[in-house]
Design a protein around this ligand. Structure first.
Ligand SMILES: NC(=O)c1ccc[n+]([C@@H]2O[C@H](COP(=O)([O-])OP(=O)(O)OC[C@H]3O[C@@H](n4cnc5c(N)ncnc54)[C@H](O)[C@@H]3O)[C@@H](O)[C@H]2O)c1
Ligand SMILES: [Zn+2]
Ligand SMILES: [Zn+2]
Length: 363
């Protein structure tokens, strides 16, 4: 018997229940989860901002050990240490072939619906991102696991499943930061602080972190920000002063919940030809934005979405581990508190209270 944190209804707390876990079928592997991060995205399922099938085993930011493989599995073997990935690339669709595997056209694992591995209280239970890492163990497609070296700590590795990849890639691949660029990151939490690290790796000049919480501003400075302020207005004034009005080359929005009514103010932090990357998930029901479209046109700006930081997981997870080994990417320092699975609701309460850079459940 396995235990998992399940969301049974919108607005409810995570419920840690006993679950039945199916054996791995063809092409599937069973992974014993050792660590899983408490990403804000799972909370969008709780608040209902992001519609999701229910009941749901949450969690999409995990690392663990392969403990069983189904027929035909060739990518990993029992005993391998792995990072789990959502949006798993097939490797041969149009988007994978174009280096956009984060948008793989076969990522939704068509065969998955027939073989949901979790059952609880007598019914099938869905799994976030086809992963469900808020569980002692899960069964996933072999496409969803990337082997890693055994000396990488599980808690650090788990964050390569989402926070680090999404934030770092937002800066390096989606904002396309170049040496000397000025960058502003709005919302420097678990994901945003990795955009700060990505901007630093890309050779940015000014890296301005905006966060309402003092701890996050302090951490942002430790992770490579050159300035940390509490509001978009302060960032506006700071950039205007230090760039002779050229403003930021890139703005990256990574607050916990996107607010489309504030988009115009974020885009205004960038100068001509500037790029704004929206990492934050906004309520799905919100469909209007407020911005000066004429000025957007006449300053030739770019507004870009973000799926998984635009990373190619098979290239970038090993790349990020290399940077970690060289001391150029902080992973262990991202984890400000660890929890047991039973403490998951405390972990999310701490996230909302601004107490954590990243909370991680260790099993
Ligand atoms: N696009 C993707 O692929 C992807 C992947 C992962 C997460 N996300 C989204 O990224 C967002 C951030 O996730 P996270 O796990 O880092 O969340 P988090 O809660 O750890 O961090 C959010 C940060 O924003 C700060 N903040 C909130 N309101 C603010 C405001 N008005 N001004 C300045 N700062 C503010 C908070 O203090 C916090 O530090 C979420 O919306 C999440 O769903 C998207
Ligand atoms: Zn996430
Ligand atoms: Zn593909």
């Amino acid at each position: 018997m396995t235990r998992a944190a399940i969301l049974w209804g919108v607005g409810e707390k995570w419920s840690v229940d006993e679950v039945e876990l199916a054996d791995p079928g063809p092409g599937q592997v069973r992974v014993k989860i050792h660590a899983t991060g408490l990403c804000h995205s799972d909370d969008h399922a709780v608040t209902g901002d992001m519609p999701t099938p229910l009941p749901l085993v949450g969690g999409h930011e995990g690392a663990g050990v392969v403990e069983a493989v189904g027929p035909g599995v060739s990518r990993v073997a029992v005993g391998d240490h792995v990072v789990l990935v959502f949006q798993p690339p097939c490797g041969h669709c149009r988007n994978c072939a174009r280096g956009r595997s984060q948008l793989c056209m076969n990522a939704s694992l068509q065969d998955y619906g027939a073989s949901k591995p979790f059952r609880a209280r007598g019914q099938e239970v869905a799994a976030t991102g086809d992963l469900g890492t808020f569980a002692d163990a899960t069964v996933v497609s072999e496409r969803c696991v990337i082997p890693i070296d055994k000396d990488v700590p599980f808690a650090a590795a788990s964050l390569l499943g989402c926070a680090v990849t999404t934030g770092w890639g937002a800066a390096v691949y989606l904002a396309e930061i170049e040496p000397g660029d000025n960058v502003v990151v709005i919302g420097s939490g678990g994901v945003g602080v990795n955009s700060v690290q990505g901007a630093k790796n890309a050779g940015a000049n000014m890296i301005v972190a905006v966060d309402t919480v003092e701890l996050k501003r302090q951490k942002a400075l430790e992770f490579g920000a050159t300035h940390a302020v509490a509001s978009v207005e302060e960032a506006q004034a700071l950039l205007a002063e230090h760039t002779q009005g050229r403003m930021a080359d890139a703005a990256i929005l990574s607050v916990g919940v996107g607010d489309s009514s504030k988009l115009g103010g974020i885009i205004d932090l960038t100068g001509p030809a500037g790029t704004t990357v929206i990492t934050s998930v906004s309520p799905f029901a919100s469909t209007t934005v407020d911005m000066n479209l004429a000025m957007f046109t006449l300053t030739q700006k770019t507004l870009r979405g973000n799926v998984y930081g635009g990373v190619q997981v098979h290239r970038d997870i090993p790349r990020l581990i290399d940077l970690y080994r060289q001391g150029k990417l902080k992973l262990d320092e991202l984890i400000t508190q660890t929890y047991t699975l039973d403490q998951i609701n405390d972990g999310y309460a701490d996230m909302h209270a601004g107490k954590n850079l990243r909370g991680v459940i260790e099993f």
